[in-house]
Ligand binder design. Structure first.
Ligand SMILES: *Cc1c(COP(=O)(O)O)cnc(C)c1O
Length: 415
């Protein structure tokens, strides 16, 4: 046995993560991750860290929901937990306006399908009990669209993405919550892109029964950590009656390790699965940073720097179609239309990590997650202008950068 293949140590370069996510992890988070000691998942400080993280997460989400905790993994792990109470045959209305809400819709179709419906199309079931309301790419889901569909179908569950990262569109969460309340539906919201970026409190939306987010966007905690979730008592009561066909992602069972047992906070969590001391330490620090800067302060900063980037790319002849504050989704100047993939590939090859849209139409996405300073935004604008010029756009970069400088000078003058 001398022919084992051992590759050289894996080196991964530092890139400018200027996409829709993951965002740039704060150095303080990485430092906590790397300096946590080896400790098992029942060690006292690990359990204490999880309880403290739970309490901080409730403040970040603006909620008194007792069932508020982190699900190990990524956004889809949190969303799988969120959708776990949806049972075969349940009536669901899902609003889809891009890539991610589209996958949420697929997950819901898989969960609500009967055994026969799932077997008929295992990877793309079309259960009779699920209505998918499609809103074109680049448009938002409005309160009127939700109201009309819920009035007509009267579902048990309604699902929507708060911010659809595929097209960079903000959907009407107030209208969604109001319609859910009015028609007795339990709202399920994918808040993967909005949590930690927008200033909102989930308790202000009583029509929404469950929320799920992710570690690596607004929470800035990439080292595979925790997807925040929160459930109202109404959701939990429904789940208690129906049960869920999962152990690991069961909202009541998974909550136990976070010290939530029989609907109450307890002093010490009980085993549900193995947790990593590194992940707990990193997540804990990420929540501390967010609360130190405050959710409202972060939200203002995102809005300010997004406006700077938006104005700069507009000055380059691009057309912005998004309204999220962590992300700019744009059409290239007409002369470069159709060359989006080529542009993105050349930027990525140089360590400038921007993205195309993942579904049609092809657009360019530039994100600013945890890049909330003038130097980072100027770096993005400079690199993007250079990439456009390499493709022959002929942009005069001087005035673009002067406009950007003015944006920052005005802000300093206003202070
Ligand atoms: C990023 C994203 C997801 C998926 O999150 P992962 O962390 O990749 O699992 C789901 N929904 C929305 C709205 C997103 O932006």
């Amino acid at each position: 046995m001398t022919d084992a293949t051992i590759f050289p140590q894996l080196e991964i370069p530092d890139t400018l993560a200027a996409g829709p996510g993951p965002g740039n992890t704060d150095l303080r988070v990485l430092q906590r991750f790397a300096s946590a000691g080896v400790a098992d998942h029942m060690q006292a400080d690990v359990l204490r860290g999880m309880i403290e993280a739970k309490l901080m997460l409730r403040q970040v989400m603006g909620t008194r929901n007792i069932h508020t905790f982190g699900v190990a993994g990524t956004g889809w792990s949190g969303l799988d937990t969120l959708f776990s109470a949806v049972m075969p045959g349940d009536k669901v209305v899902a609003f889809v306006n891009g890539t991610f809400s589209g996958i949420d819709g697929l997950t819901l179709r898989m969960k609500a399908a009967t055994a026969e419906e799932l077997a008929a199309a295992p990877l793309d079931p079309k259960p009779a009990s699920v209505v998918v309301v499609s809103v074109p790419h680049g448009q938002s889901v409005t309160g009127e669209i939700v109201e009309k569909a819920l009035a007509e179908h009267k579902p048990k569950w309604a699902a929507m993405a708060h911010w659809e990262t595929g097209s960079g569109r903000i959907n009407d969460i107030q209208g969604f919550s109001d319609a859910c309340e009015k028609h007795g539906a339990m709202g399920l919201v994918d808040a993967v892109s909005s949590l930690g970026v927008e200033d909102f409190s989930i308790d202000d939306y009583p029509g929404v029964a469950g929320w799920a987010s992710c570690p690596q966007k607004g929470i800035c905690c990439l080292p595979l950590t925790y997807a925040p979730v929160s459930f109202t008592d109404r959701y939990i009561d429904s789940l208690k009656k129906s049960g869920a066909r999962t152990f690991v992602h069961h909202p009541i069972l998974e909550a136990r390790h976070w010290g939530i047992i029989d609907g109450k906070d307890v002093e010490k969590g009980a085993y549900h699965r193995t947790h990593s001391a590194y992940a707990v330490a990193a997540f804990h620090e990420a929540l501390r940073i967010l609360l130190q800067q405050s959710v409202a302060g972060r939200a203002r900063s995102y809005a300010f720097h997004e406006a700077a980037l938006r104005d700069a790319v507009t000055a380059m002849g691009c057309k912005v179609t998004s309204n999220m504050t962590s992300l700019v989704v744009l059409n290239l100047p007409p002369a470069l239309a159709g060359r989006e993939a080529e542009l993105v590939a050349s930027c990525r090859a140089k360590g400038f990590g921007i993205w195309p849209t993942l579904s049609e139409p092809v657009q360019v996405r530039i994100g600013i997650l945890n890049l909330l300073n003038q130097r980072a935004i100027t770096d993005i604008v400079t690199r993007f202008a250079a990439a456009l010029n390499d493709m022959g756009a002929g942009i005069d970069t001087g005035p673009v950068l002067e406009g950007l400088q003015r944006h920052y000078d005005t802000a300093v003058a206003a202070e």
